[in-house]
Design a protein around this ligand. Structure first.
Ligand code: SF4
Length: 253
């Protein structure tokens, strides 16, 4: 079997797995961290959908596990995470919380971004973050809306939109603008199976996924990540257990 045929087959296998994940029933609790109370706050789109947006804003230059718990840690400090209570927080008070509790690596900046996020949700979305993604918008609309929050770049905006589509099953008109997230596991798997070169940059990875599946480039996110986490480890990959074994180029060190 030639190389091109192998790559086409791998692409189809990964798309099939991505669609399976997309079409799975929504789980009761989407997990972001090891802290169940924090994840409950993040999943409660009825009462605290702003927690999800604030966690995305915090997800910068620190481990995701730590960033995604910041809304919960603030909630324990003020005893509530109701939007009306967050609105009462001054920027100085938020800076105090961030600095005194070392919530982030960049406490001053992230306190400001946290504050600005609350102001924008109030001003533009009537205090209800669900308005960012409700009423079946285009994926481009959701990505653009996330980009309006201070501190959110294209990587987090597309990741946030992908989690809404895939895990929270939020209806959208299309998935065209949901790119793959250039995660370390995804990059390793894409290189080993032969989609990209070892020294390809993030843009090449993103465009490779767009080329492979323009209708939903982010479809590869979780399927490739799962393979990277389960079998395609940096050292001693367990190819005999991996379902791409028959087609993979196995570009190993
Ligand atoms: S077959 Fe091996 S090298 Fe290829 S993706 Fe699977 S684990 Fe990685």
């Amino acid at each position: 079997m030639n190389q091109e045929k192998n790559l086409t087959e791998i692409k189809e296998i990964l798309i099939k797995r991505g669609n399976e994940l997309l079409n799975e029933k929504k789980v009761d609790l989407v997990r972001f961290t090891d802290n169940i109370e924090s994840d409950k706050l993040m999943n409660d789109f009825e009462n605290t959908p702003h927690a999800y947006v604030l966690a995305c804003v915090m997800d910068r230059q620190i481990k995701a596990e730590r960033a995604w718990q910041i809304p919960y840690r603030i909630s324990t400090l003020i005893g509530s995470f109701k939007f009306s209570d967050l609105q009462k927080l001054s920027l100085d008070k938020l800076k105090e919380y961030f600095n005194n509790n070392s919530l982030h690596r960049f406490n001053e900046t992230m306190a400001e971004n946290f504050y600005e996020t609350i102001q924008l949700i109030h001003k533009k979305y009537d205090g209800d973050a669900v308005n960012i993604w409700k009423d079946n918008p285009k994926s481009a609309t959701i990505v653009r809306r996330f980009l309006e929050f201070k501190g959110i770049g294209i990587k987090i905006a597309t990741m946030a939109t992908n989690i809404l589509a895939r895990d929270f099953k939020i209806p959208m008109q299309d998935h065209l603008c949901i790119d793959i997230s250039p995660d370390v596991q995804v990059r390793r798997v894409f290189w080993r199976i032969g989609f990209i070169d070892k020294d390809s940059n993030n843009d090449e990875l993103i465009y490779c996924a767009r080329e492979l599946y323009p209708g939903y480039p982010g479809i590869f996110d979780l399927s490739a990540w799962e393979i990277g986490r389960n079998w395609c480890r940096p050292k001693n990959p367990q190819c005999e257990k991996c379902y791409l074994n028959n087609n993979c180029q196995k570009n190993l060190e």
